[in-house]
Design a protein around this ligand. Sequence first.
Ligand SMILES: C[S@@+](CC[C@H](N)C(=O)[O-])C[C@H]1O[C@@H](n2cnc3c(N)ncnc32)[C@H](O)[C@@H]1O
Length: 270
Amino acid sequence: MAASLPVLVSDTPGTLEETQVRAMFDRIAGLYDLMNTVMTAGLHHAWRRRAADLAAVGPGDRALDVATGTGDLALELYGRVTPGGSVVASDFSERMLELARAKASARPRPHDGDDGGDPHLRFETANALSLPYEDDEFDAATVGFGARNFSDLGRGLQEMARVVRPGGRVVVLEMTTPQRPPLSTFFRIWFDRAVPVLGRLAGDPEAYDYLPSSVRRFPGPSELAAVMSRAGLQEIRYILTAGGIIALHVGVVAGAQDGAHEATAGAAEP
Ligand SMILES: C[S@@+](CC[C@H](N)C(=O)[O-])C[C@H]1O[C@@H](n2cnc3c(N)ncnc32)[C@H](O)[C@@H]1O
């Protein structure tokens, strides 16, 4: 292995140390949106919209998007909690956050911040495994294509569940390995051959070699549901879309005192 290649945490392919994950996303940030559009033929926006729908937030609600990257899922949530609500979007890659802030400030805003920023949409540096937020602070938390990179998936999901109030939702949008042909064949060819070639063209072969192996290593849909359940979530269900390449999981934080929260959580069925 060349010195510049990421060092694997263990013998498990698709696993990197946290510092390596952060450095990799800092490195590829400038190309991230373009690569997503090329790799998914632009479908990634629809998947994030679906994830935001599953969060079931509405005007006045507070939402958290962890591992927000360049902020697209946070912006989807923001459109739903406005007016009166707020979104906090966190990530540990400063470069990704810079691009997210630039994207957010380039959009028309319903709220005016004195300093040119929007106080209802904050991009903050935070590690998803140790979130700097209070218990029950949010009505929902989402993670899009980020959970796969957590060095401790269970802990990341526990943190998301901790900061969401009882009855609120936790949503995980992630790539998954399709099990049945023809999509399983397409997936192998696309992810194992085409994506690494795109990565080489983009000048970062290591990052785009890591992508397919991290998807393969990530728990399948029912295993992920089990991890969410162990993290304290209930009523877990998942949707497979894009021929089984994309999984959207949603769970409800346990401990709602009455039916009010449950009714809210159930109101926006996908
Ligand atoms: C594949 S990108 C996904 C970005 C965005 N959510 C989206 O939908 O495109 C993964 C992001 O997760 C972030 N990330 C990975 N592990 C993290 C952690 N432990 N804490 C905070 N951010 C993390 C990376 O910095 C990167 O921006």
